[in-house]
Structures are given as C-alpha cells and as structure tokens.
Design a protein around this ligand. Structure first.
Ligand SMILES: Nc1ncnc2c1ncn2[C@@H]1O[C@H](COP(=O)(O)OP(=O)(O)OP(=O)(O)O)[C@@H](O)[C@H]1O
Ligand SMILES: [Zn+2]
Length: 520
C-alpha cells in the first residue's frame, strides 16, 4: 500500500515537472530553458513509466483495464479452489494424539529428501474415520497449512457418475493437478462413496473409479510429494484393497471431544467474539457432553447471532444457553439434564467393568472414556497380556464376569438396568455358548455340539448357558457391592473429566489397597 502511494506521489511530481517543462517552451519567462529536447523526452518517458507501474500495482478494479481485472479474478478463483490453506494445528483444538501422529507425515513432506536418502518410502495415504463434524477436514487443511502444500478438496460423491469412465477421468485429473502443484494434499471426503467393497460384477462405474484411484496411488513416483487423505464415517464399508500397505495404511480415529477438548474448541471459536463476564467457557463445555466440534462451532456462532438480534454489545450466558437449546432441538440431541443422568449411569457402568477386571486381575485397562463413540456410549480399552492360544475355564469365567460388571453396577447403584449393556450381554452369551457347545466346559460333558444338534437339545443347552451366566452374575453383584466406594470414586472422576487414563485409575485402586487378597 505504501509503495503504491510513493509511486503515485512520484508520478504526480513528475507530471507537474513535465508540464512545467513543456509550458516553458511556450512561455520563456519560466526558467527551464537549460533543458534540451532529449532531457524533456527522458523525463516524459519516466512519467509514463511511473503511470504504467502504478496501474499494475493498483488492485482497484475500477481503475484497471477490464482485461487485467478479469484475468486477476480468474486467478483468484483458481487459488481459492486449490489454495494453500492459512490454517495451522493451532486452529485445531484438542485431538492431541492425532496431531502428534501427523507430525511424522509433516516431517516426511517438509524433509522428504532425508527419508529418500535413507531408502524409506514416504507414506501415501492416511485415513481419518469417525463421526461427522469432528474436524477431519480441518485436520487435513492444517496438514496442508503446516507444510505449505496445495490443498485439493474433493468429495467421494463427486466421482459417482452415471457414465462409465467419467469418475475415473476425474480421478486422473485430480492427481495430474496434484503432481503439477506438488507438494500437495489431496483430501477425499466421504471416500466410502467410491471406496466401498466391490461387487462381483466388476464392470460398473464405481469399480472403475476405485480402480483408477488405486492405480494413481500405486503410481506416484518418488519425486512427487503427494499425500492422499481420505475421510469416512464408515470404515467398515471400505474395500480391503484400499486399506492395504502403500495405500490408506494409516488409520486415525477422530472422535468426539471430551470436556477439556470441548473447552478448547469453544475457546477457538469465541476468540474473535466479545464475551460478557457472565460466560464461563468451562461450564459450557460441561453442559455440552456428546457434542461434536462442528456443533460447538455452530453454538458459538448462533450465540453471536442471537446477541446481535437482541442488540447487545457483548454475548452473554443467556445467548449461549439459547444457542445450546436451539442446537439440541435442531439436531434432536438430548437435553442436558437427560444427558447428565445418562452420563452418570455410563460412568458407573464403566467403573463397574474396570473394578471387576481389577479385582479378578484379568485384563489390563488402559483407559476409560465416556465420550460417546459412534453408537456405543462408554468403553473400556483393554489389551491382553500377551497373545495366547489357550485359555482356561477359570479365565473364560472371569472374562464373563468383567463383561457383566457394567450391568451389575447399574443394578447396584441405580436399582435399574439399561440398554447400555447390550454388547456386553452379546459377548457374555457368546463365550458361555462356546464353553458349553465347543469346549466341553459344562455339565453336558466333553462333547462338541454343532448347529444341527443344537435344534434338538436347545433347552438343555440354554439351561447350561444360563447357569454359567447366572452364577457369574451373582458373584459380580457381590464384587460390586463390596467395592462401591472405589466405583463411586472412579465414576466421579469420569463425570468430571470424561476420560481416565491408566495412571489415574491405578492411583485410585492403590488408595483402596488393590489388588485385594481375594483376587484369584
Ligand atoms: N477440533 C476442532 N477444533 C476447532 N474447530 C473444530 C474442531 N472440530 C470441528 N471444528 C469445527 O467444525 C467445523 C466442521 O468440521 P470438519 O468439516 O472438519 O468436520 P468433519 O469431521 O470433516 O465432518 P464431516 O465428516 O461431516 O465431513 C470446522 O470447520 C470447525 O469450525
Ligand atoms: Zn459395558
């Protein structure tokens, strides 16, 4: 801007000077006689030059000739389409583990020569999966921003066409463009639209498109730094071929935010908004259990709109509450009081699993989270001590007891049971059925019962399965009742933080002197 002003000033001075000189030719009284024709020609040339330079610098379309202006517009549109996003990891709140995992990819892009020298191949495909609105697109843009790469957005549905070959051609074009503008990030949203499992008749249009994508991904050479990031809400639908090494071989789950992450997301989205002192972001984060990042962004925006409509100078807590209510109603989400009650039940349910596991010393619990994850509410992550081929009857029974720990906790603490134990009960039944029908671990003896035989002795088999499950449940109820204090403490922690890591869990167990002597 300053440069433009200086050029304009120089141009005006020159213009005045030139006019004075030209006038002095006709009015000798003016004292510019010393200048000859050559000098005048030179100064006039400088003036014209400055004028042209000024026009080029100018971005005011009214002053710019039409041809230049349309050309500029075209370029602008083009760069908007495949731009270099001005977004960094700072704009993505929470999701720390994923950001850390992505650092490696960023390093690959920024210092590819280092890896190539070592003979390492640069990863080609990353797959983000998880519920909608959790920041998958935002993360992909941030990777492009952090590496100053071209960001090419596309959605799987764009490639789904009636006419054979059209989708494949679009894929080819997309990769052409990416190669031309490398380093690039190709982002394919809803990749399941083209990448779902192929049918046996491999001639249809969708399969051709998917094949083309696979061919392109196999085909980049070492000098093209291109990373393809796919996003889907349905990992289970994707074709195996797409997930093989060398293609989308890095999978990252982008889940709904926990209370701390929600607070950070709200902070990001209220950064440029004037907030009244009545607003406590922490409190809003607590109230929005189960909301996605996109819903939180929406709430912040709605609150601002409501405040403007009410002609306020700042957004206050009432605006936020109205925005939350509106969002809940619009999206048919549950209201906070129902959510809170559910959260409380889920927290106790999960604490029940963890405590029974600890008492029976069966499984390593890494982390409990009560942030909704797809359909399932809470979950306990476990990993077995080692890969084992054999399991004893005792171990199978303990496993059943851990699965029943959730339901038993609901029973003991709330005196009612919920649908939250659906998956647990399915697993319990499966294990008990195998004990009876496959492993010979019931009163029916060491026999294997196949499906055909099951039809004839269904009552007997059911009876045995029920006996196993019922006996286990009785024992689990006792464990839960004996350990109510520790379960309550874990549940309280979960209500506050929504996640608990192994370290904190161990601290609580230690406080209550776990493992107990009764552990088997
Ligand atoms: N972690 C986050 N930090 C900051 N903003 C977020 C976050 N997650 C989501 N948002 C907000 O929500 C908007 C939508 O998120 P985004 O489009 O990245 O979700 P998505 O997972 O790609 O969703 P979909 O599966 O529906 O495509 C973002 O533009 C941003 O404003
Ligand atoms: Zn459970």
């Amino acid at each position: 801007m300053l440069k433009k002003k200086i050029i304009f000033l120089l141009f005006i001075i020159n213009l005045i000077f030139t006019s004075l000189m030209i006038s002095s030719r006709f009015f000798p009284a003016l004292s510019f006689k010393a200048l000859n024709t050559g000098d005048i020609f030179f100064i006039t040339l400088v003036t014209i030059g400055l004028f042209i330079y000024y026009i080029k610098l100018d971005n005011n379309p009214q002053l710019v000739p039409a041809a230049i202006s349309t050309e500029k517009k075209k370029n602008e549109e083009k760069s908007k389409e495949n731009n270099k996003p001005d977004i960094s990891f700072d704009d993505v709140a929470g999701l720390d583990e994923i950001k850390e995992e992505l650092q490696e990819i960023i390093d690959f892009i920024n210092h590819s020569e280092k890896y190539l020298k070592m003979g390492a191949t640069i990863p080609k495909g990353v797959l983000f999966h998880g519920p909608p609105g959790t920041g998958k697109t935002l993360l992909a843009k941030a990777v492009a921003g952090e590496t100053n790469s071209t960001f090419l957005y596309s959605s799987g549905s764009e490639f789904v066409e009636k006419y054979v070959g059209v989708g494949a051609k679009r894929i080819r074009n997309l990769f052409e463009k990416a190669k031309k503008e490398a380093p690039s990030i190709i982002f394919i949203d809803e990749i399941d639209a083209i990448g779902s499992k192929r049918n046996s008749d491999s001639n249809n249009e969708k399969d051709q498109t998917l094949n083309q994508l696979l061919v392109e991904m196999d085909g980049f050479n070492k000098n093209n730094t291109i990373i393809v990031i796919g996003a889907t809400n349905r990992l289970d639908l994707l074709d195996e071929a797409l997930l093989r090494p060398g293609r989308f071989d890095r999978h990252m789950y982008v889940g709904n935010p926990n209370v701390k992450a929600r607070e950070e997301i709200l902070k990001v989205h209220t950064k440029n908004k004037p907030l009244d002192s009545s607003i406590d972001i922490k409190d809003i984060a607590k109230k929005t259990h189960g909301f996605s990042g996109a819903q939180l962004a929406n709430i912040a925006n709605e609150a601002a709109i409501i405040a403007v409509r009410k002609e306020k100078s700042k957004i206050d807590i009432n605006d936020f509450n109205s925005a939350i209510e509106r969002c809940i109603a619009g999206l048919e989400l549950k209201n906070p009081s129902v959510l809170l009650k559910e959260k409380n039940i889920v927290a106790h349910h999960e604490a029940g699993h963890a405590t029974v596991g600890k008492v029976l010393n069966v499984e390593m619990i890494q982390k409990i989270s009560i942030v909704p994850r797809g359909q399932a509410l809470g979950y306990v992550l476990k990993f077995p001590d080692e890969d084992r081929y054999l399991q004893t009857k005792e171990e199978l029974l303990s496993k059943i007891k851990v699965f029943l720990g959730g339901r038993a906790a609901e029973q003991v603490f709330f005196n009612e049971v919920t649908t939250g134990a659906k998956d647990d009960i399915k697993k319990v039944t499966q294990i008990a059925k195998e004990m009876v029908c496959s492993y010979g671990m019931s009163a029916l003896g060491n026999i294997s019962i196949n499906d055909q035989y099951i039809q004839y002795s269904i009552d007997k088999i059911e009876n045995e399965i029920k006996k196993i499950v019922d006996t286990c449940y009785e024992e689990v109820l006792i464990i839960i009742k004996e350990n109510q204090a520790v379960i309550s403490e874990i549940a309280d922690y979960l209500l506050e933080h929504e996640v608990i890591e192994k370290e904190e869990l161990d601290l609580i167990f230690e406080k209550y002197k776990f493992p107990l002597e009764t552990a088997n």
